[in-house]
Design a protein around this ligand. Structure first.
Ligand code: UDP
Length: 319
């Protein structure tokens, strides 16, 4: 099996590369290092079945050649992270919409399977938890920049499903819920690396809003197994899957856990959203996946809870 990972030097992409190599695949990774990092794949460089290219997916001749060589494309290259989205909306929208369009167009020429990494963000501020794949997407107004990310990813899903329906291109859509673990950076706003770094340094832990909003955090090692299983399963084609963990924790509880597990020196401070992001910023209160579909098809079961996740992130950031 030859696999291409776009965004292969990113946090999830690099873990997926390891997972696929472990399954005996030859892995080609392409990454423009905009948010990914060569350090994420440093340990894979010597692997005889790992090949990487520092290049943009917008370089179509390069992309076309890589697609030619591969059986399955895992399309992970995207602008992610709420901070990045609020601060660089043009980049987010262009990368996420046009990037996916290019990948699908070239994959379609050779009818290569494409696994699209989408996001739980597409459910928006829907209050109907847990979220099921067929639920309505509830997005806020276009004046609020945050929603451009959900919208760009929803567009990716529409386009992938359109290629499947109209051109019989095999596609699989995976909606990733909050995925965390070693190598994730807090630079683009992600909460767990941010809190752990604050806790280890004894700095204040910054809870945005009232801290009563909740998330479900999945360890990246569980998530990449799920992505690879879905990529290999014939009955996943043409479908959408939630993937993550369904153990819910409030951000306030998370801050408390991090504080204790990092030595208890940090105070917990509350920062209004308007100060953390921008005026009028809208957050979602609860985000919980219904995992029935992915459990039913591939027997997916997350193995690591929030305590184990925090331990692994603490160990990583300490090292
Ligand atoms: N958050 C926080 N403090 C931080 C970073 C994030 O309280 O320093 C909150 C954020 O407002 C959100 C949750 O943690 O409610 C998860 O944020 P993240 O950006 O990790 O993921 P999201 O689920 O928003 O995509």
């Amino acid at each position: 099996m030859n696999c291409l990972i776009t965004g292969g030097a990113g946090f999830i992409g690099s873990h997926l590369a390891e997972e696929l190599l472990g399954r005996g695949a030859t892995v080609y990774a392409i990454d423009n290092l905009s948010t990914g990092s060569i350090a994420n794949v440093e340990h894979l460089k010597a692997h005889p079945r790992f090949h990487y290219q520092v290049e943009d997916i917008f370089n179509e001749p390069v992309l076309a050649e890589l697609i030619d060589r591969c059986d399955t494309i895992y399309h992970l290259a995207a602008s992610v992270g709420v901070r990045l989205i609020v601060e660089s909306p043009v980049r987010t929208i262009e990368t996420n919409v046009a990037g996916t369009e290019i990948v699908l167009r070239h994959a379609n020429k050779k009818k290569k399977k494409v696994v699209i990494a989408s996001t739980s963000e597409v459910y928006g501020k829907s209050a109907q938890v847990p979220f099921r794949e067929e639920d309505d997407l509830v997005l806020g107004p276009t004046k609020k920049g945050r929603w451009s990310y959900a919208c760009s990813k929803a567009m990716d899903e529409f386009l992938a499903l359109a290629y499947f329906k109209e051109k019989q291109l095999p596609v699989v859509i995976v909606r990733l819920f909050n995925t965390v673990g070693p190598r994730q950076t807090g630079r683009y706003g992600m909460v767990i690396p941010t809190f752990v770094k604050q806790g280890l340094l004894g700095h204040p832990i910054t809870v945005f809003g009232d801290g009563k909003q909740s998330r479900c955090f999945a360890h990246v090692s569980d998530v990449v197994k799920g992505i690879a299983d879905l990529g290999e399963h014939p009955r996943a084609v043409g479908e959408i899957f939630n993937l993550g963990n369904d153990e819910e924790v409030t951000i306030e509880e998370l801050a408390g856990l991090v504080r204790t597990m990092t030595g208890g020196r940090s105070e917990i401070v509350y920062i209004p959203y308007s100060q953390a992001y921008e005026d009028g910023f809208e957050d979602m209160r609860r985000r919980v996946p219904d995992l029935s579909r992915v459990k039913g098809l591939i027997g997916y079961k997350p193995t690591q809870g929030v305590g184990e996740i925090l331990e692994s992130v603490i160990a990583y950031l300490k090292s």
